[in-house]
Design a protein. Structure first.
Length: 375
């Protein structure tokens, strides 16, 4: 299907679930619709201002049927899972079952062998300073390769080997370099220490206690359970490929999470308010390394969580990309103001880029949420 062949029936969004007719709600809807006008297929978002919740939708959830998105849809949240995985690792550290500054080879000598196993620490895996290459580069060189990765099943150890076979991004601990391989290793670490599937630990320690009933890990099941947007991946020839059915084993502990906007906001509010980790562990999580050492005030990455600057101070959260779905999570320091935005379609741009109209529209929407004030 060519995106240009779709009739111009993409509807402007409608506020849902309590957005009301207030001026702030109208302004947020206008800005979300601007993403649709810039070419985004569809999106839904939940904005929390204190105790007030606004749910907004725009565009289409399905190009074939023309149905609109719903605010309660489930969505592949990609890298947002890293915050969840990091929580479990930090809890295990708090229980004395691992040392964040111990070499990963102490726990998984056969997974990360040799010098790297002796030099890379658990903390370096968590904050992406390990220097290990990103195995996902093997799949994301083209969108065609990324689409094909969802047609087969991968073992976690296979993904780790792919990352270790790539040229190192740097010496262990020398700089920040995002690598999904790090979190595949962390998933294996959780399993080694607990003797259980890492997903069982996430469910018992996070999903269940926080009541995240719309959150799950699919394993090798290619389906998205419950109501959802379809997932569209842009191809090089200008067409879009439907990747709604996709074996997420190629992402595993680095990106297989399925969730809802409400569940993700609930998770980050509980996390940032100290309801998930003990205070000392939360401080460890928020101890960040800069994305760019030449601009340390622009943002940084902690242990499974990142921050960017805003008019109101640091904005915490994580972004996530899965084939055909993208998720953006923003939270004020006290989690009074929150945004989880789930989009259909992927854009591949450098961190912080403003070059694509959809990206610019998204950043304007996010800035309004995180910097705006109630009427």
């Amino acid at each position: 299907m060519k995106i240009d062949d779709v009739p111009d029936v993409l509807p402007r969004g409608g506020a849902a679930g309590g957005a009301g007719e207030d001026r702030r709600g109208k302004r947020l809807q206008e800005l979300l619709d601007a993403e649709r006008d810039a070419g985004l297929i569809g999106a839904f978002a939940q904005v929390r201002d204190g105790d007030r919740t606004r749910s907004l939708v725009t565009g289409l959830a399905d190009l074939t049927t023309g149905r609109p998105p719903r605010a309660d849809f489930r969505h592949r949240a990609g890298g947002v899972i890293k915050s969840f995985v990091a929580v479990v690792v930090l809890q295990l550290a708090g229980e004395g079952r691992l040392d964040l500054d111990a070499a990963v080879g102490r726990y998984l000598p056969e997974v990360v062998p040799g010098d790297r196993g002796r030099q890379v620490t658990v903390r370096m895996l968590l904050n992406h300073t390990s220097g290990i290459g990103d195995y996902l580069e093997r799949f994301s060189a083209t969108t065609e390769k990324l689409a094909e990765a969802g047609t087969r099943t991968f073992a976690p150890a296979e993904l780790v080997r792919m990352g270790l076979d790539l040229p190192p991004a740097g010496a262990p601990g020398s700089k920040w370099s995002y690598a999904n391989t790090n979190y595949i290793v962390l998933g294996l670490l959780i399993e080694r220490l607990t003797g259980r599937p890492y997903g069982a630990e996430l469910a018992e320690r996070v999903f269940g206690p926080l009541g995240l009933t719309g959150t799950s890990l699919p394993g090798t099941d290619p389906a998205i359970p419950g109501p959802h947007q379809r997932a569209y991946l842009p191809m090089a020839d200008g067409s879009v490929r439907d990747c709604t059915s996709y074996d997420m084993s190629a992402f595993w502990a680095a990106g297989e999470l399925i969730s809802t906007a409400a569940d993700i906001n609930t998770f980050y509010r509980a996390l940032l308010r100290g309801e998930v980790l003990e205070p000392g562990l939360l401080r460890e999580m928020k101890d960040t390394v800069p994305f760019n050492p030449k601009a340390p005030g622009a943002g940084g990455y902690g242990l499974g969580i990142l921050w960017f600057g805003s008019k109101r101070g640091p904005v915490w959260g994580h972004n996530g990309l899965a084939p055909g779905h993208t998720t953006y999570c923003s939270n004020s320091e006290d989690a009074e103001t929150q945004l989880t935005l789930a989009e259909t379609y992927n854009l591949y741009e450098p961190l912080g880029s403003h070059s694509h109209p959809i990206t610019a529209a998204r950043q304007a929407f996010t800035a309004e949420v995180m910097g705006g004030t109630e009427d």
